[in-house]
Design a protein around this ligand. Structure first.
Ligand code: BGC
Length: 768
């Protein structure tokens, strides 16, 4: 099947791009990314360089090169290659019309394969395959073959290219490199310009077929190359090589580690390295795969999104964030937004709970950064950064966008007024607790976050004495076009929730873990009057209620704004690249919103009646631009909850294809925001599990309200809830839940409000 002339698919795991298109290079790089949570190697050909957006982003390498953006650094490219046959260089694809190239990507194991054929040189062919290992996170293994070499001699230029694609300034300096001819290992060492992190990239290689006749080392300022004259064997050259990356933030002595790994990877060999890597993925997919019957493209799209949510996540560490663009490029600074807890995390809560814990522990380790931000802005407690890197300090520049017409900077207040990220983290901690019952985490990590967030909220609310209520003024909700608003419904509800959960665990610990509570109280200087304040605020915070038409106003005065649509606003633009939001964008004085806001409240809290959901969905839906990739999946969840499965399916397509069909914009308001939309990727999991299967967890437990769109015959997935595993199958007529044979306790859940208890290896089928 051929989709939009972009790609073809053979099955639910593999896609093929038969003809490269130059305007798609930036998307191929991200979509065909090999990654493992430590690094992300873009889907580029070995012959490509920075002009074709070749990059390999490395976690934990934050650096500021341009005085404005602190972002992750890219590693020099150890897979760089130039092939010369019969005196002709091959490399400038897709402009190169002597070569046709096909790209294949396997999402089960993150394997990138390219096959290039020369049109002029009879059957001359380059076949290359690579993966970013999950067995050794520092390794990218590559098998590079040149076939049908009728002329036996050819030239190869390999090595490590340090002249790489960087978004905001060049991050590496002081390059040194060496080649060890006994071991066939090359390395290039450099340091980041501002943060002075040492980054080592090593390359080990071996010719499995063909011979090196002559080898010359060529050092350039930022690169080290090996110029090889090679002789083919049975008309073939086959090279196995390994790219290894370590930084001084990983360990002391990154050079030694890189050289060791390079040597041992060579000994192990490509095929065995691949087997080990695949075994890790096989284990992951046991609980993480979602099977869709009835539509192959949708199946592939679902796995594409799951894959990207997984490889964006630094599961190996409890001190690193999930970037809003993962490790697909440097956009959004390799940093966490609220996306991390509300979009990326849910999938892990019910599959890889250790990873979920690491994601939340990251917020514990960055408490100091959040405290610092609160203090800098005159508040107490933990005000989490809008853009949070390693330390948790605010990375969001005050001037995020610029006015593309005048060229002037725009003062966006994402960094100081978008406060909901803090209660969102408290919300996620509560969900983690419900999904895992991991009270140790709460006692040792979560409670301190909850208390500090509650403390921040206490310092941020305003008491309105005329109304005897607490309000939150001058803020931004999820809809980023409307800054400087008062009482954003989403934020106010989240605030109450966060305060209540802080109180819940405070009292629970007072009863069950008094010593631990005292320890934390001492540590953060928490006093009784603060607890009283949290109680009072949680009781008296203003929560916008549904009006006579059942509508909840997004913020004070929203309904008085001009009532129009995104389409109308589009016609008002002077320049298509204009920023729509605050202070002067076309959406500011209208009801057109960037993304789900009141609807976002509904996906997190099931506290409103169906009438309220319906009224608000119908009202806000036509007024939402979906200018953020976070939005469609949330509308889908609510649509499914309302039984509107076909609308949910339409939103599925909008969300799942953002990257796959390259429908996203790479630049907004003069800022590059391309790369993989990891929140949308995580949103696909929610859309299916919380939307179609209608799964929800709250204090009452686990429940389902399933509905399925016509396009799909059946969906099937496995989950882990409170250490009990189960499998769900859902089709138009039936909902089936089967518990795993090794569950040690019965699973309690409800479907359409009817309760069930299932022992291990039992199943229930419910007619729909
Ligand atoms: C959205 C935010 C989101 C950020 C990073 C913005 O466009 O409006 O809600 O956190 O992108 O994904």
């Amino acid at each position: 099947m051929n989709y939009n002339n972009f790609f073809e698919i053979k099955d639910g795991w593999n896609l093929q791009i038969k003809e490269l298109k130059e305007d798609q290079l930036v998307h191929y790089g991200s979509n065909l990314l090999c990654g493992n949570g430590y690094l992300g190697y873009r889907g580029t050909l070995e012959e490509w360089g920075k002009e074709q957006y070749q990059a390999c982003v490395i976690t934990d390498t934050y650096d500021m090169a341009d005085g404005k953006w602190r972002e992750l650094s890219n590693s020099p490219n150890a897979l760089t290659t130039k092939v010369t046959v019969n005196g002709k260089d091959f490399g400038d694809y897709p402009k190169e019309d002597r070569i046709t190239t096909e790209l294949d990507f396997n999402y089960k194991y993150g394997i990138f394969k390219r096959i290039s054929q020369s049109k002029l040189e009879s059957d001359f062919e380059i076949v290359s395959e690579r993966f970013a290992s999950y067995d050794n996170l520092h390794l990218i293994a590559n098998k590079y073959q040149i076939n049908n070499l009728d002329k036996k001699e050819m030239k190869l230029k390999i090595g490590i290219n340090g002249d790489i694609w960087d978004l905001n300034g060049c991050h590496l300096e002081n390059f040194t490199g060496e080649y060890d001819s006994n071991k066939n290992i090359v390395y290039l060492k450099a340091n980041t310009v501002e943060s002075k992190i040492t980054l080592v990239t090593a390359l080990s290689f071996e010719f499995k077929k063909g011979k090196i006749k002559n080898l010359k080392v060529e050092n350039e300022e930022k690169s080290i190359y090996l110029l090889i004259k090679a002789e083919a064997e049975s008309e073939k050259i086959e090279m196995e090589r390994n790219m290894i990356v370590y930084s001084s933030n990983d360990l002391n002595g990154p050079l030694k580690a890189a050289l060791n790994d390079a040597e041992s990877a060579l000994k192990i060999g490509y095929d065995e390295l691949k087997e080990k890597h695949q075994a890790v993925w096989d284990k992951k997919w046991e609980l993480m795969d979602i099977q869709i019957k009835g539509n192959l493209l949708d199946q592939l799209a679902v796995r594409f999104n799951l894959y990207h949510n997984i490889i964006a996540t630094p599961a190996h560490s409890e001190r690193l964030p999930i970037g809003a663009r993962g490790l697909s490029c440097q956009a959004y600074q390799g940093s966490a937004f609220w996306d991390q807890e509300i979009f990326n995390l849910p999938m892990f809560l019910f599959t890889e709970t250790e990873t979920a814990k690491n994601i939340l522990k990251y917020r514990y380790h960055t408490l100091d950064g959040a405290r610092q931000k609160a203090e800098d802005l005159g508040y107490a407690g933990a005000f989490y950064a809008w853009i949070s890197g390693k330390s948790g300090k605010e990375l969001c520049p005050s001037f995020f966008f610029k006015d593309v017409i005048s060229g002037r900077k725009i003062r966006n207040h994402f960094n100081d007024w978008q406060i909901h990220v803090s209660p969102d983290i408290s919300y996620a901690i509560w969900k983690y607790y419900l999904a895992t019952e991991d009270i140790d985490f709460i006692v040792n990590y979560g409670s301190e976050i909850l208390f500090e967030v509650a403390r921040f909220l206490n310092s941020r609310v305003h008491y309105n004495q005329f109304k005897d209520q607490y309000e939150i003024i001058r803020l931004l909700g999820p809809d980023e076009y409307h800054e400087n608003v008062d009482n954003n419904a989403f934020t106010n509800y989240q605030t109450q929730f966060a305060l209540k959960k802080a109180l819940y665990f405070y009292f629970k610990m007072e009863n069950e873990y008094p010593e631990k509570l005292e320890e934390i109280k001492d540590k953060i200087n928490l006093n009784e009057s603060e607890i009283t304040a949290w109680q009072e605020i949680s009781e008296k915070i203003y929560l916008p209620q549904p009006d006579q038409s059942n509508l909840i106003e997004q913020f004070d005065g929203y309904f008085e704004l001009e009532d129009t649509t995104a389409k109308v606003l589009n016609d008002r633009l002077i320049d298509k690249a204009e920023y729509w939001g605050w202070p002067n964008g076309v959406a500011v004085f209208t009801q057109v919103i960037k993304q789900a806001d009141v609807i976002q409240l509904f996906t997190l809290h099931d506290i409103f009646s169906e009438e309220v959901l319906t009224a608000n969905y119908d009202y806000y839906e036509p007024r939402t631009q979906h200018g953020s990739s976070l939005s469609p999946s949330q509308y889908a969840v609510v649509a499914a909850r309302l039984g509107r499965a076909e609308e949910a399916y339409d939103y599925f397509k909008k969300s799942a294809f953002i990257d796959l069909m390259s429908t996203n914009k790479a630049v907004s308001g003069g800022t590059f925001i391309g790369g993989i939309h990891t929140a949308a990727a995580g949103g696909i999991w929610q859309l299916i599990i919380n939307g179609f299967a209608g799964m929800k967890i709250d204090k009452a437990g686990l429940s389902f309200k399933p509905v399925l769109c016509q396009e799909w015959e059946e969906i099937q997935f496995k989950l882990n809830y409170q250490n009990k595993k189960f499998e769900i199958r859902l089709n138009q007529n039936e909902f089936q839940l089967k518990t795993a044979a090794d569950n040690s306790e019965a699973l309690k859940f409800s479907v359409f409000e009817k309760e069930y208890f299932l022992d291990a290896a039992a199943e229930v089928k419910i007619k729909l």
